[in-house]
Design a protein around this ligand. Sequence first.
Ligand code: SF4
Length: 377
Amino acid sequence: MSDLVMPDMLRQSSIARFDNCSYSLLLDLLSPRMQRGNMAARGALFHRWVAQALTQMRAEGWTSYPVEMGLELLLQVLAQTDVPDDDVVHLPMRELRWLRVLVTRWCEGGEFAAARILAIEEPLYMKLKVPDGRGGTYERVIKGTPDVLVADPPNGIIIPDWKSGWASPSREVEKAGGGYEDNGAIEKDQRLSDQGYAQQIIYGALVLANLPAVDRVTLREAYIMFGEYREATVHRWELERILDILGAIVAQIDLAIAGGSTSDRWIPTAGVHCGICPSPRQCPIKDWEGIPATLDEAKLLAREWMVAGTVRKDRLPLVKGWVEANGPIEIDHGKGRREVGWVANSTGNGRRFALYEPKDAPESPFDARMEAVLRDR
Ligand code: SF4
């Protein structure tokens, strides 16, 4: 008997959270009202502001929102008078200036085709077939609430996702490939953020399932602080594979919840998403991974990172000197045997000092064929 309550439906945010780090979903289930830091509060308030601004723009037929009006509206949003008590968020006064910056940048960020808005913060639901592990399936309802749905004629939908944080957009956008749109392969789209990848899959499935006339769904991440955006598209012909992926993830979530809070299926997985963890203090690997839960811990981490850079720089001539005199240095590495030394550049011109896999190294435990099969499943 599980000590966790199986939710009637799974929210997009829970699936995305589990996808990043399954343990963080457990923390979320155990403390659903835990405020997730100032960044999350700022994001929540800013998204409420955008929703209200867009509602007014659509009603009035405007394509932009004046800055002065935007700042007026912000005061109303900050008061949170129209918000149920359990949705109220706390943002310290020192953070308010960043909300003013976000609102100002949004207002000055160019025109928005408000007339094309189809829905603002309207929840979407769908029934998903989930494998039961015995060759059959069961049904599970999933729910997502995109900020806005914007028509993208003739048969597309754009879902803008306003990023109110400091994380800069990926630079990978310059490269060809790596997304649904470019090669049709189901693999991580480097152009979106990590959260964006899961969002793209879940919102794509929800929109395609609910709107039969739509053929493609584009998630557009707008980085307000940088004035840039990244986007990726899913098409109707990919829906079956997307539903397979979603079904597999939801099956894992259900099994973890059914196993209770002590199940080994809750696996902490550190990464950038630790910044939005509901409770990093309770993370079982916090201390060995050094995941910061307070500003002081973050400062210590930043200092170590800076020191590591200095150590690397200082040691480089010494390591190079050894290699020049004695040849490459063999070292143990998580992915098998590695050496530090000189390697020829792939262009054929010159060489560089690097960590590399020697040609006679035994085969790595990483098996590309197995990886491809797992990814496919
Ligand atoms: S701190 Fe990171 S690794 Fe730990 S539970 Fe939270 S998201 Fe997972």
